[in-house]
Design a binder for this molecule. Sequence first.
Ligand code: OFO
Length: 174
Amino acid sequence: MLSEKMQEALNTQLNKETYSAYLYMSMSAYSTYIGLKGFANWFMVQYQEEMMHAMKIYDYINDQGGQVKLMAIERPLAEFKSPMDMFEKTLEHEKFITRSINELVDLAIAEKDHATNIFLQWYVTEQIEEEGNDNEIISKLKLVGEDGNGLLMIDKELAMRVFTPPATSEASQA
Ligand code: OFO
């Protein structure tokens, strides 16, 4: 059972995760536009990950007998200065999401809502991985600097990323 306040907070997080998906879809589109297909692939996989994050919350609210209430999705940026600019904005956004998840955990603890607290732990762990991935790519982009060949090597590497749907047990755990 969810309190009204928790239901509202989870619906807001559902909106943030959907916006994350939309933001990365926009970065994927921009990467394609500037000819970096590997970057485009990485961001499209990220889009899929974010939709999975959103749907886990959607399912959880329903499983708890709550009501999903969708909200307007903010328009994402469509133009970026460079691949580095996209990843710096990605990291900045993920830090915002991490703070948001932490606030949800604080609320679950304050309300003694143990089920939601356990549910949110998956997101706490996921955010460590998300920020770690972004930091790693930013470091590589710093190393190659203005070197076009280096950038194309990173593009090749990012082309290898594939979306792995969560196992059924993990999905139903949410
Ligand atoms: Fe990028 O982790 Fe969800 O938002």
